[in-house]
Design a protein around this ligand. Structure first.
Ligand SMILES: [Cu+2]
Length: 614
């Protein structure tokens, strides 16, 4: 090849990669390039132009939304290194989006935070300030985030309950939740409190540390295990079907399709999914995923179990291991060894697990199944597609079995929640100043639709752009006590600090987990039938304290609170379907003190937007 041609090609290459060789000016090189481009290429260029246009279109079109992230390592929190003597401020920036994913093989719509479902974990110390900037990236729907179990002392407006403490965050808007933990310690979670959004995955864990927490010490990590039932169908469709069903003689709550551990489950009834998704479902179900914890041998780990589901109670166990229950809904308890436990929706348990099994082989790490099984007792009908069991794995290098080892005897004891005793004894006030006595039921109304009731009131959110706390509806009622107010609002109002008993008679033939916002009440009485003041047995000596309490069919429970938190606090059944069917009432405590607090501008503005004022 002649030397000149070589030189020309070299210059051309240099120009292409925009490298200055120090000898030629860029302009000259471009000149060389243009000269080197044969005219015969022009028709080719014209031919390729339409193809290029197509290529450019594909490159520039908006990226298809990615499936939700299933990275599991983030649930292993590691040793908490964030302990400070002084309270810290922890700030988070979250965007809520609608995405798709296949948590258990079948494709379904999912609501995520920062591309994750379950969303990010909040880990903090018990006196920290938490600031979460929540941006609503949904197209059409408002949203809200509730911080389950936290006190929200002085910040009722950041309790995140749409229709009660805020109007929803409109699409494209941001609300900055800003509150302190006020000593709340233990395991809890956050979730959307708008319609059925949490059913589609808008939830995550909250883990709060305190050096003085009265639990046995453990040398391993904190492991978050969010357990949930899973519906393959988008929840608003299920809700609409449930609320409009007029044809059956029992309230037909939708039955889940699968069970998931940290958003990972196994589902194989692909015949039940829409045809266009069937092949993908089959491919995925042939190669199922398991949420796996890689652990070290001879260590004690704290599993933070959260039932983040919508309808099913969940049985939890780990093959070959006992579990020591040490904390329940933020209350440290006298340790109890069990082989399994039943966790009702919205309840949390911390259990210690020691990686102490030996192995008869030395062929790598041993795997033990984590079992998270939906309890079918509350299902209204048979879902033939259901796989109630989610399997996960605990994996560690078990030391070789020595002849001296004794095979552990089969130990099978399920936790009896009535035996739980708080480790830090705290008696309830001996008497109460007031009693709110309500009856929960599920009834068919005149339209033949099924609704959930407290007394004769089935809650419906106030009209768009209104929230109880802002409208201060209880002020419409004079005096104190329980009021049925216009707009389907049942509100118990107490304007002085009082000891208040809330008794719920569950007249329904189903079991229900009830939750009270803001407070961590004492459970002072529970049993079959109805509560009879003066006759039913009341225990005020260190009773269990928890924010989510389970009342079986035709049973009652009485919780006792010192009503000292200014605000409107929801009390409701935590099953998604019963809450949207109206199973909610409100406690307004110290409403006139609440009126003196100034509402955050954004909350007021979001309400105005929802009313169409902006
Ligand atoms: Cu319920």
């Amino acid at each position: 090849m002649p030397e000149d041609d070589d030189e020309q090609e070299r210059v051309e290459l240099l120009a292409e990669f925009d490298i200055d060789d120090g000898q030629e000016e860029k302009a000259a090189r471009h000149h060389v390039r243009w000269r080197a481009w044969p005219r015969a290429h022009v028709p080719l260029l014209l031919l390729f132009f339409p193809l290029s246009a197509v290529l450019v279109f594909f490159l520039l079109r908006p990226a298809a939304p990615k499936d939700v992230d299933s990275d599991g390592t983030r649930f292993k929190l590691g040793q908490w290194k964030g302990r400070h003597d002084q309270p810290a401020t922890r700030e988070f920036f979250w965007t809520v989006r609608s995405q798709e994913g296949a948590p258990a093989a079948a494709r379904k719509p999912i609501l995520s935070v920062n591309g994750l479902s379950p969303g990010p974990t909040i880990e903090a110390n018990s006196h920290d300030r938490i600031i979460v900037h929540v941006t609503n990236g949904l197209e059409d729907d408002a949203t809200s985030i509730h911080w389950h179990g936290l006190y929200q002392k002085g910040t009722n407006h950041y309790d995140g309950t749409q229709g009660i403490t805020q109007c929803g965050i409109p699409p494209g808007e941001t609300l900055v939740y800003n509150f302190t933990l006020d000593g709340w310690t233990g395991t809890t979670w956050w979730h959307s409190h708008t319609d059925t959004q949490h059913t589609d995955g808008l939830y995550g864990a909250i883990v709060v540390h305190d050096a003085k927490e009265n639990v046995p010490s453990y040398d391993g990590d904190d492991l978050v295990l969010l357990l949930s039932d899973l519906y393959n169908t988008w929840s608003p469709l299920l809700a609409a079907a449930y609320l409009s069903n007029k044809d059956v003689e029992v309230a037909p709550e939708p039955v889940p399709d699968a069970s998931v551990i940290n958003g990972v489950g196994q589902f194989s009834s692909c015949w039940s999914v829409p045809e266009e998704d069937r092949t993908e479902c089959e491919t995925r179900s042939q190669d199922p995923k398991f949420f796996t914890n890689d652990l070290e041998p001879s260590k004690t780990y704290r599993l933070r179990l959260i039932n983040a589901g919508s309808h099913a109670s969940i049985w939890f166990s780990v093959d070959g291991h006992t579990l020591t229950v040490v904390e329940v809904d933020g209350t440290p308890v006298e340790p109890q060894r069990v082989s399994s436990l039943l966790i009702h929706v919205a309840q949390r348990y911390s259990v210690l697990l020691t990686t102490d099994r030996t192995s008869s082989t030395s062929n790598g790490p041993q795997e033990f199944n984590i079992r998270s099984r939906l309890d079918k007792g509350m299902f209204a009908y048979e879902n033939m597609a259901l796989n109630p069991l989610a399997l996960g794995k605990v994996r560690y290098e078990a030391p070789p079995f020595a002849a001296a080892d004794i095979t552990p005897s089969e130990f099978a004891i399920s936790l009896d929640p009535s035996t739980l005793v708080p480790a830090d004894a705290l008696d309830a006030p001996v008497t109460a100043d007031a009693l709110v006595h309500t009856k929960f039921s599920i009834q068919r109304i005149y339209t033949h639709e099924w609704r959930s009731f407290f007394d004769y009131m089935s809650w419906e959110a106030l009209p768009e752009g209104q929230a109880s706390m802002i409208a201060d509806i209880a002020n419409a009622a004079e005096g104190e006590g329980l009021f049925e107010l216009p707009g389907d609002q049942l509100v118990a109002s107490f304007d002085m600090v009082k000891v208040v008993d809330i008794a719920i008679d569950n007249l329904d033939d189903g079991d229900h987990p009830f939750h009270i916002h803001g407070y961590k009440p004492w459970i002072v009485s529970e049993g079959p039938g109805r509560y009879v003041p003066g006759r039913s047995v009341v225990n005020t000596t260190n009773p269990m304290r928890r924010d989510t309490f389970f009342i079986p069919a035709f049973h009652y429970a009485v919780i006792r609170i010192v009503a000292d938190l200014p605000g409107y606090w929801a009390v409701h059944c935590h099953l998604t379907w019963h809450m949207i069917a109206g199973g909610l009432f409100q406690i307004a405590t110290l409403p006139s003190r609440l009126n003196q607090t100034e509402l955050p501008e954004d909350i007021v503005r979001h309400c105005a937007m929802a009313r169409g004022g902006i």
